[in-house]
Design a protein around this ligand. Structure first.
Ligand SMILES: Nc1ncnc2c1ncn2[C@@H]1O[C@H](COP(=O)(O)OP(=O)(O)OP(=O)(O)O)[C@@H](O)[C@H]1O
Ligand SMILES: [Mg+2]
Length: 340
């Protein structure tokens, strides 16, 4: 039976190290007794992914041996005083407003809006942080030119905390700093959910006026779990003007309006509203339809926060990891401040 347990545990891959936890020597003292599967999960230094790995071990073992209880003891060898991680809201104590940037639909520019809004708020003098809550396609490291950076981890009396990466006056956090999208793809639901919550709750944010959360596309379990466990003060919805986007946007809006969640919608950002070529500055081409966002906001009973045109510079700066300087971002930041 111990051998079977070991075989199951060999399927658990450490998301940042590309090796399974047995090969990494993280599993010790496996015992099966009195209807319980017990073992120690060991790391040689504080590891922010331990909680997620533990959850995955539990999920796999419970699936294969449903009649057994699973008891895993987490241990950091060097720091004998380490307390088990408790994901509470202590790190949000000095955070003012927590705002989700969401959309039912993918690829509409949520991450672009969230990142540029964060930078614009910081330029306006606010203390700002942003969490990229997209496990399977994190874009903040690339968009902010912080790809490859590794956040420091600090040990304090309440456990270990991740220090955000600071750039352009904003504190950034993303699962992309810990694992590549290919590594994250193999994570199962509970592990992805837990890792995301860590990206908000286990980060040493310090004092912030605004914490933005760039939600992944869709309205699935990850979203429900996030909006349920994080005390959001409002949501900004992003959409392109296309008619086909309306149904998805409605799903996104309804998720926040659900009576158990009940997060106020600050308004809608119409992204890719029109295209103006640099050589014809008077011309506006409504590639995805004219005023679709305006109509959508009216139909949904929410405010229009702003219209962002298609600019080459937005895409280029996003790819280069440099901030964009178009005035629309500052206007959008002012609208968000007014309504939050
Ligand atoms: N207004 C714009 N003008 C030009 N390019 C834009 C604009 N908005 C977004 N883009 C580009 O469109 C692409 C998709 O944007 P982004 O990644 O922000 O969308 P998303 O909604 O976050 O996507 P996902 O659903 O995958 O998370 C990016 O390459 C981005 O640079
Ligand atoms: Mg995105």
């Amino acid at each position: 039976m111990e051998q079977e347990v070991l075989a199951i545990l060999s399927q658990v891959i450490h998301p940042a190290k590309d090796a399974d936890i047995l090969n990494l020597g993280m599993v010790e003292d496996v015992r099966v007794e009195d209807g319980k599967i017990k073992f120690r999960l060991v790391s040689s230094s504080p590891d922010p992914l331990m909680g997620s790995i533990k959850k995955q071990c539990e999920a796999l073992l419970k699936e294969t041996f449903p009649e057994y209880k699973v008891s895993i003891i987490e241990l950091v060898r060097e720091k004998k005083t380490k307390k088990p991680l408790q994901l509470g809201q202590e790190q949000l104590a000095n955070v003012g407003k927590i705002i989700a940037v969401a959309s039912g639909k993918g690829g509409v520019g949520k991450s672009t809006v969230a990142t540029n809004l964060a930078i614009a708020l910081a330029k306006a003098g606010y203390k700002v942080g942003l969490t990229d809550a997209d496990v399977y396609g994190p874009s903040v490291p690339k968009m902010t030119g912080t790809e490859g950076e590794i956040p420091d981890v600090e040990q304090n009396e309440s456990g270990e905390l991740i220090l955000p990466i600071e750039r352009f006056g904003v504190k950034w956090m993303s699962i992309g700093y810990f694992a590549t999208p290919e590594q994250a793809l193999i994570w199962r639901g509970p592990m992805a959910c837990n890792a995301l919550k860590q990206m908000v709750l286990q980060v040493k944010w310090g004092e912030l006026d605004y914490l933005l959360i760039d939600l992944p596309p869709g309205t699935g379990d990850i979203h429900i779990s996030m909006v349920h466990d994080i005390p959001l003060s409002g949501a900004v919805i992003v959409s392109t003007p296309q008619d086909v986007a309306l149904a998805d946007v409605l799903k996104g809006v309804n998720m926040f309006r659900n009576k158990d969640i009940n997060v106020p919608i600050l308004g809608l950002v119409e992204n890719m509203a029109w295209f103006t070529p640099a050589e014809l500055p008077q011309n506006k081409y409504y590639i995805f339809g004219k005023e679709g966002g305006v109509k959508m906001a009216r139909q949904l009973g929410i405010d229009l926060l702003g219209q962002i045109p298609i600019y080459m510079s937005i895409r280029e700066n996003g790819d280069l990891g440099t901030p964009d300087t178009i005035p629309e971002w500052a206007d959008l930041a002012a609208e968000v401040v007014k309504r939050s």
